[in-house]
Design a protein around this ligand. Sequence first.
Ligand code: GAR
Length: 209
Amino acid sequence: MKSIVILISGRGSNMEALLAAVARGELPVRVAAVISNRPDARGLETAAAQGVPTAVVDHQAYAGREAFDAALAACIDGYAPDLVVLAGFMRILTEGFVRRYEGRLLNIHPSLLPAFPGLHTHRKALEMGVRIHGCTVHFVTPALDHGPVVVQAAVPVLDADDEATLAARVLQQEHLVYPLAVRWFAEGRLSLDGGRVRLAAERPQPAAL
Ligand code: GAR
């Protein structure tokens, strides 16, 4: 069974969705650890309460991005995961870090990329007046929020929406598509091939006897 490490910075609801899918038997991975760059990340308690090892690599303890990323990589590599899953991890990663985990580093972003990279995606969607918004799971590349797309989910933008209602509608979809993408990876069906996403067809189930 493949193992994953989940990186968080705060609430950790996507991490919870992944842990819940594992607990339901729908996601065949071992969650080796949850790592946060913030000691006060709420998700750390949730993970610990479910018996998942947790670790903190506090970015404030390091002089710069290179030093922080080196410490983070050392922490991750201690768990030897097959896949690193960014779930609300709010640090820009250096090119060296991203290259180290090329093809085994996934992120979820709350917009239909390439629309609205960066922060405040729901506010930007409302300001732009788009009628369709959503979320994207992608392989991470050095360009921020620009990696090859694995899966997206779209939601309507309603006239009555504010940032909170739109964010909640998108988050519901995040909690569905992230476990799905990680499951594809766990099953050996999802890979990055020459910078392009390759998703192999599901193996046919053996006929019931
Ligand atoms: C999620 O909406 C995730 O897509 C977003 O942060 C939120 C984290 O929520 N990530 C980014 O904006 C990364 N660019 P969570 O901590 O409850 O999973």
